[in-house]
Design a protein around this ligand. Sequence first.
Ligand code: XIL
Length: 334
Amino acid sequence: EVPALKTHFAGKFRIGMAADPSGYQDPIAQPLILKHANSITAENAFKPASLATAPGVYNWATADALVAFATANNLVVRGHTLVWHQQTPDWFFNGTAADIRARLEAYITDVVTHFKGKLTCWDVVNECTSDDGSAVYRNSRWYQTLGPQYIEIALRAARAADPNVKLFINDYSTEDPAKFARLMTLVSELQARGVPLDGIGHQLHVSTGTPTPANVDNALRGVAAKGLINHVTELDVSLYDDPGSCFASKAGCLADLTGDPVALAAALKKQALQYRALFNVFLQHPSLQSVTTWGIADNHTWLTGFPINRGNRPLLFDAAGAAKPAARAITDDA
Ligand code: XIL
């Protein structure tokens, strides 16, 4: 068995895991989160589609249950997420720009106020950076209706509702130097305008083959140079080194390997080396305060449905809850 991760990395960064109540109540997952984690992120329960049934009408039950579980078990809670282009009801975008802005501000005020004092941070805006070099900002419905200032509106509303909760922008592929440079442009524009922002969340949905440690180091270093906190928010290491076309169009996604014992063993070995390389970079960065895996154990991971349906085993613990080579690789001092 491996030592409790939260103890092993104490004084460096918190260890978090993502789960909804159905996830942390799972008999395999629950002992793992209680042993290893001191932070939790709701996998879905804090998203607009989960919280907001209609404008100004909320269903807090599932999210409140998660906060109660966290409080009872000494886990801090990362709020994820207020403003995103996915899992957001269509009615947010009805009416004029003024209507949409007012609805966004009311939503953030209501939700941040509801959880005031109960969360350490919010991923206020999720995935706002463009994936291609022709633009800095993602061309999302928020961007199309409110322009780039939707980010500023959201951050200011969050700060006004709770001056103590830390405010994050969270994004994926920050380990891609070109995308990271666009994110830093966006951050510079916010900072030049005096917009409140405390940290950057690096999702780090990576694979056994990419990124290189240097690419992750580049992103963590760049954020610290802006005077911001780093969090790793959604770490998992897919067994598949898919080409970029797999994510853009599901073309060329690699075939399911989980029925092939030889290929699977090789991939799990590569995965352990990738986890070790990543944690070795993490340990070099005092600005990195939290590392969360997007799930608890391999019996439940979003990657069995993304970008295509296939087996995957991206986490530190296997489907039966046992420590994988990856968990040993990050705790062995060898
Ligand atoms: C995913 C959840 O894990 C799934 O259960 C859900 O169906 C879709 O969203 N980036 C994010 C997360 O910021 O919120 C996403 O979570 C995974 C990618």
